[in-house]
Design a protein around this ligand. Sequence first.
Ligand code: C5P
Length: 294
Amino acid sequence: MGSRIEIEAPAKVNLTLDVKGKRADGYHELETVMHQIDLVDRISIGVTDDAGTRIKLTSNSGDIPGDESNLAWRAAQIFLDRNHLRAGVEIFIEKNIPVGAGLAGGSTDAAAVIQGLNALLGCRFEKKALLEMAAFIGSDVPFCLLGGTAVARGRGEILEPLYMKGPLFMVLVKPDFGISTAEVYQGLDLNNVAEWPDTTAFLKAWEKYDIINLSKNLANVLESVSISKHPEIKTIKEMLINEGAINALMSGSGPSVFGIFETVERAQNAAEIMKNNYREVFLVSSYERRGDCY
Ligand code: C5P
């Protein structure tokens, strides 16, 4: 041992997010289309023989913790414990994905740690075992490990990969506040949802790479909960549509909002204008996973 690896950890957006009901375990039964974008954290992972060191996590960002409250730290611990490995793990996170944003920033870092440790150890663990570990860490982590685009069901761990015929061009805006996912789910009243997604119609448009119709079918049942607390989310949606987006939607539990554009040029123009009002504006496109073992 004593080797190091660098891995990209992409953010995700939810193109649809439907909640089918509340479960006995307190979680919600989901049906959501998750889509990775090319806004990435860069994770450097090293393994040493020094078991005394255990897990050390550092970052260029002051926004994330360096202890067990960080999902990436927990991923390393669970990986070592479940596989009965005695080793030290050093993680450095170059943070580019906004924190507390509905973009799975913490989950994707955790997935990258699992992927990286497996690669450093000669890809010796099965995909099924890694996905199971990922689900234990958090609801979004299995998707982040799978990558690309997928329909996620159950708590988020039942995944159906989707083939992508072409990229989506988006402008992503993160307002200057964060949102607690748990609070948004708590505030969800399924008898009082403003707009339900039609996942079947979305998937039909997705299969045809029909950008207009897939954009028209963007919907997220958590959006009205977050908008009721933070009306600025609605303002951002309207601004993106005014600047030429076919449609715009909040991602996950928010507060990030993305707009889909027909061309990269239109997205570029809109991004420039949004930058006059918001500090965190990103011109992004679909992220295609490069093949590696996990
Ligand atoms: O699994 P994770 O810890 O990322 O979830 C964060 C919170 O989001 C949970 O504590 C729960 O309140 C909510 N959640 C949910 N149903 C899901 C996923 C998350 O209620 N399927």
